[in-house]
Design a protein around this ligand. Structure first.
Ligand code: ACO
Length: 310
């Protein structure tokens, strides 16, 4: 890598050009993107587990069909993202191997358990709401395949967000049991949703390189602030109580949160707390159960090639 190549690359970023798979790029740009896109893909795939558990227990056929469609969308998002990462030279097998062996990270949020039916709505409203804030920003990122995947994913996430909000608002205005269920879900998901947007800027080692190269257009704290500014007033308007006694709106109109428990965040990320073992166990079992499909595909390909040779 020469200084001239770096300068030409950075000039392209400054001009707002998209970097495409065959283009020259610094090795560190490639490494950062593979890290981030593969973690993102794993999050989509693992993210199917907490909600998937509720498909058989959805209270009505309408809610069940919505949930099935949503979980299926997450599988599709995983597919686009694995494809986007493959354009950078890593194989699907390497990425899946890293996930199944526990080496790869995926979003902390999916290590939390879903304890009641309203959790499904709260995940749609808060977790997908936070994901949309982060991913609308990433839709403008400098790497073409990632930015294009984000455009489609964000449109689908917007439906997920709306169905979650609709569900929680309905329960918040429902029977005392439904209201209690919605409040219980908010009590457990509020802080994890704030944490999922990543550590504070001062503790975010990757932000410098990502911002310099136009991968992240906003910092973790900026995205978190946008998320709280949108969601805090809406949750309060729905009649729910946000579990943060320090939450208040400052003179500039921003909603300020109290201290975040980062020890909990790191314990959940590192698998010392939460359902990391269960989530990985479910993925490993699904991979083993799917071995016959991969074998059948290989046998089919071999037969097709054999016939082509005849
Ligand atoms: N869960 C698990 N690990 C996290 C999380 C989280 N919520 N947030 C940060 N981390 C990890 C980072 O991956 C990094 O670890 P690494 O260097 O070993 O990879 C470390 O904590 C330090 O954090 P940062 O330096 O701030 O990491 P980064 O600059 O990559 O910012 C962020 C984190 C905002 C999550 C970024 O990676 C991102 O935008 N990723 C794409 C979006 C995404 O993955 N969303 C997943 C959930 S959305 C959904 O699936 C519905």
């Amino acid at each position: 890598e020469t200084p001239q190549q770096h300068a030409a690359f950075e000039a392209r970023i400054l001009r707002g050009e998209k970097i495409e798979p065959g283009d020259w790029m610094p090795a560190e740009y490639r490494r950062q993107l593979i890290r981030m896109i593969s973690q993102h893909a794993h999050s989509e795939v693992v993210g199917m587990l907490p909600e998937g558990e509720w498909i058989t227990r959805a209270p009505t056929l309408r809610r069940k069909t919505i949930l099935i469609a949503k979980v299926q969308d997450e599988a599709g998002h995983g597919q686009y993202l694995y494809h986007a990462a493959e354009t950078l030279g890593i194989s699907r097998e390497e990425m899946l191997g890293a996930l199944l062996s526990g080496k790869a990270k995926y979003s902390s949020i999916f290590n939390y358990p879903t304890m009641n039916w309203a959790d499904v709505g709260m995940i749609g409203w808060l977790v997908d709401g936070a994901a949309i804030k982060n991913q609308t920003m990433l839709a403008g990122c400098s790497y073409g395949p990632y930015s294009r995947a984000m455009v489609r994913i964000c449109s689908e996430e917007t439906f997920h967000h709306k169905q979650g909000k609709e569900m929680i608002v309905a329960y918040a205005q429902g029977t005392p049991e439904q209201r209690a269920m919605a409040q219980d879900a908010l009590d457990r998901w509020w802080w994890p949703a704030l944490m999922m947007l990543g550590p504070h800027d001062a503790d975010s080692p990757n932000s410098g390189a990502l911002t310099k190269w136009g991968i992240k257009l906003k910092t973790n704290d900026e995205v978190r602030q946008e998320f709280i500014n949108e969601h805090a007033p809406e949750l309060l308007e729905a009649g729910l109580t946000i579990p943060d006694p320090d939450l208040h709106q400052d003179e500039s109109g921003n909603w300020k949160h109290g201290p975040i428990n980062w020890d909990e965040f790191w314990a959940v990320v590192n698998g010392q707390r939460g359902l990391n073992k269960e989530r990985l166990g479910a993925r490993q079992a699904a991979h083993e159960d799917g071995a016959w499909v991969r074998e059948a595909l290989d046998a089919y390909t071999a037969r097709q090639l054999g016939q082509a040779a005849d």
